[in-house]
Design a protein around this ligand. Structure first.
Ligand code: MRU
Length: 336
């Protein structure tokens, strides 16, 4: 396989590495991921995360496995295991179905490797296209709020929502980024803040519950978030807390935009009710890492994602178009 480099993933001859995102921001530790069973664990633990990147990582892991001489049967089993590693981000299923399509067509090893490399390269290009379209929406002097991490750590390229933010900053339009901490696993505080610091983009970290005050005080002009799955009617799933932000943005008349590549669109889901939502371990809410602050016996509800209805979407930024809420409701996604 050719050498590939992204912020949180790299391919070197015979080896696939992922940056362990559970250790950021304090430690930059790279983990091997060329064995699919190991990669399944990395995806489930969120060592590698973000809708586009888990699809890319799974495809490359499968290609490495093929390169190492895995049998057809072992490859098929690995593909199914990777596909089922997390349920909400459709990019993972999309990438595995694409690899399976090539395997089912009796492909050679070279074909499989080319497909995985193409999935990586395409994601880089999709990020660029979203950045161009999305940054055109940002007006000079705006402060933009984002949730979770939809940046380079979540894709093979410059990110989705954070890619837009980065391009707006490069164009001199951005005042600052307000970064939601993003409970319970703190992707905003640990990952987005880390990325923005590296890029020298002015930002302020807030806890999730502070967004409403800043909106009321006129200190947020736009909300830009990623997506894990966009249904045919424009409802979309993203990191839990996104729905609440959308309600607050609508109340304060603030434009609200999910940013996603077409690989995140699932036309087989008619609306948000059909999107499967991952529920995660209670310990993630009772504490963080080794630290627990809630009673160990307290029952917990821990959905990793929520669904924002299209009624709260100002426009969806895709790589190939920007669709308004009205266009989405009129079936605009199926006409792209
Ligand atoms: O659980 P995670 O960290 O994988 O959740 C990630 C998100 O919710 C992102 O906002 C989404 O995947 C878009 S990433 C470009």
């Amino acid at each position: 396989m050719k050498e590939l480099h992204a912020l949180a993933l790299k391919v070197e001859p015979g080896r696939l590495w992922i940056l362990d995102q559970t250790r950021l921001p304090d430690e930059e530790r790279w983990l091997e991921g060329h064995e699919p069973t190991v990669m399944v664990g990395h995806i489930q633990r969120l060592s590698v995360r973000g809708a586009p990147l888990i699809g890319v990582a799974a495809a490359l892991s499968l290609a490495c496995f093929a390169e190492a001489g895995a049998s057809e049967r072992a490859l098929a089993e690995a593909c199914a295991a990777l596909r089922g590693a997390r349920p909400t981000a459709v990019n993972l299923m999309w990438a595995m179905d694409r690899m399976k399509g090539v395997m089912d067509a009796g492909a050679s090893l070279a074909d499989l490797i080319r497909e995985a490399e193409a999935i990586f390269d395409e994601d880089v290009a999709l990020c660029e296209a979203m950045a161009v379209r999305g940054s055109a929406l940002v007006q000079p002097g705006e402060s933009v709020l984002t949730h979770c991490n939809a940046g380079a750590l979540a894709t093979a390229g410059i990110g989705t929502a954070v890619g837009v933010i980065r391009r707006a900053f490069e164009l001199g339009k951005l005042r600052q980024v307000l970064v939601d901490e993003t409970r319970p696993l703190l992707q905003g505080a640990r990952l987005t803040a880390w990325e923005l610091l590296r890029l020298d983009i002015p930002h302020t970290l807030i806890t999730d519950s502070m967004a409403a005050i800043l909106m009321r005080e006129g200190r947020v002009q736009r909300v830009l978030v990623g997506a894990d799955r966009v249904a045919a009617n424009g409802d979309f799933a993203n990191k839990v807390g996104t729905y609440g932000l959308a309600v607050q943005a609508a109340h304060h008349g603030i434009p609200f935009h999910p940013v996603a590549p077409w690989t995140t669109v699932d036309l087989d889901c008619p609306d948000g009710r059909a999107i499967p939502i991952e529920e995660r371990r209670a310990e993630e809410v009772r504490g963080y890492g080794d630290l627990r602050w809630a009673p160990a016996a307290s029952p917990v509800f821990n959905p990793a994602f929520d669904v924002t209805p299209v009624a709260l979407v100002t426009s969806l930024v895709l790589d190939r178009a920007v669709l308004t809420g009205d266009q989405l409701r009129e079936g605009g996604l199926s006409q792209l």
